[in-house]
Design a protein around this ligand. Structure first.
Ligand code: HEM
Length: 424
């Protein structure tokens, strides 16, 4: 007989509220009471079996992707991302689409992107106010949006940059909260698509993206889109314009807010360590990368990843029924004291030296297996380059010595006060 592991006995609405408001402490409490596997009951979701042990996480990440669907969990985003988005597909279709995109995100490509990212950071930092309290989080978002526009989409001319920047901001704001998300949750993706609920937001974005695709096809550059235009399906076909449009929006949604949040947490933690910012200034890009990695450990942007079981399966010795969602808990794995001594302390040094911490199943801010974040190398490059550029030209101090709390913004966990600092 298959059975779910025990979990909190609170009623479903109370669990949903705890998960939404304070997912970290809620998971830690449940782990203390029920151990490394426990069941949560959330919203209208199937049961979530949380997994906090790296061995269980390995079983999920190396398990059969036909039985462990990830795309299904993102289906709510389909009206925005489109049917061909790599985030939404599962099985062989997913692998085909992913294979097309992998070369553009291979580690060997990062050297080509890095100078464009550094130039964007330098340019933005120049305009930031000095000697008065400022919020860094929206400024990090401006940097990562510019990176998407120029390095991923390859946009050049000022007019197209301005037009797309404005339209994409509006789209992301709608997607991240407010009435659009509520309408989407109420109607569901099928009805939202049939009713063309988001047409007024999406039509101008799509028009600009199609123009951009045509232009880059005629005159390719060093950007991600140009490489995607070179990609070929197994039968030799290039990606269609519709496929390209869906993957570009996917890269924006997956890569913009997440990377800005990683940058924000790294800054939030660094300005609260004695000598944190000074170490960043002295340590160059190597230290910047370690600080970025440690920020992703201690304040993971996404607390869990999800896989929906397509059939009954044994994981971590548990016999789980089809339909269950298994959730490797990034947050709990990253807080295991046997892996990370004094887990609540921010110590970039963990990721420096000959034997740095963080292995395939013990440091998992980017998930894992065939669904591991396509942009992981790209995101780490951004963290490294942007933090190092900031440290080169700025001193930074916290406005308030108290740490910033964690607040939920759509699915990501962000610093509650937007990273308040004084720059000089
Ligand atoms: C710090 C920044 C980022 C974090 C923390 C992050 C995290 C993640 C996570 C947890 C997943 C799901 C993995 C899984 O289910 O096992 C994911 C998937 C993905 N990410 Fe990222 N990501 C970041 C930046 C980026 C960037 C910069 C891009 C692209 C430019 C990107 C593109 C993607 C794509 C396309 C997927 C879907 C992969 C698939 O389903 O095969 N991400 N990311």
């Amino acid at each position: 007989m298959s059975a779910l592991p025990p979990g909190p006995r609170m009623p479903r609405p109370a669990q949903t509220a705890a998960w939404t408001l304070r997912p970290g402490p809620f998971m830690l409490r449940a782990q203390r009471e029920f151990g490394d596997a426990f069941t949560l009951k959330l919203g209208t979701e199937p049961p979530w079996v949380m997994l906090a042990h790296p061995d269980a996480v390995r079983e999920v990440f190396t398990g059969d992707p036909e039985l462990l669907h990830a795309g299904q969990a993102n289906v709510i985003l389909r009206p925005f991302l489109g049917r061909r988005s790599v985030l939404l597909l599962d099985g062989p279709q997913h692998l085909r689409q992913r294979k097309l995109m992998l070369p553009a995100f291979h580690g060997s490509r990062m050297a080509g992107y890095r100078e464009m990212v550094a130039a964007i950071a330098r340019e933005q930092v120049k305009a930031w106010p000095r000697n008065e309290p400022v919020s860094l989080a929206p400024r990090m978002q401006a940097i990562t949006l510019e990176v998407v526009l120029r390095v991923i989409f390859g946009v050049r001319g000022t007019d197209r940059l301005d037009a797309l920047r404005g339209r994409l901001r509006t789209m992301m704001e709608r997607l991240m909260g407010g009435p659009s998300m509520l309408a989407l949750l109420t109607a569901g993706p099928d009805r939202a698509e049939r009713a063309r609920l988001f047409r007024p937001i999406l039509a101008p974005v799509d028009k600009l993206l199609h123009e951009q695709i045509r232009e880059r096809r005629a005159a390719p550059g060093e950007d991600v889109l140009s490489l995607l235009l070179d990609a070929r399906h197994e039968d030799g076909r290039p990606m269609s314009d519709e496929e390209l449009r869906d993957e570009l929006v996917t890269l924006l949604v997956a890569g913009h807010e997440t990377t800005a949040t990683g940058l924000s947490w790294a800054a939030e933690r660094l300005v609260r360590q004695p000598d944190g910012w000074e170490s960043l200034q002295a340590g160059g890009e190597e230290y910047a990368e370690a600080a970025g990695k440690e920020a992703l450990r201690l304040r993971p942007v996404l607390p869990v990843v999800l896989r929906h079981l397509q059939a009954r399966m044994t994981i971590a010795g548990l016999d789980l029924p089809a339909g269950t969602a298994v959730a490797p808990s990034i947050y709990l794995v990253h807080r295991r004291p046997e892996l990370y001594p004094c887990p609540a302390a921010f110590r970039p040094e963990r990721f420096l030296g000959d034997d740095p911490q963080g292995g395939t199943y013990t440091w998992i801010p980017f998930g894992g297996g065939v669904r591991r974040c396509l942009g992981a190398a790209f995101a780490l490059m951004e963290l490294r380059v942007v933090l190092a550029e900031l440290a080169r030209s700025l001193d930074a101090a916290a406005v308030d010595a108290r740490p910033e709390a964690t607040r939920r913004r759509a699915i990501t966990l962000v610093p509650a006060r937007g990273v308040e600092v004084v720059l000089s």
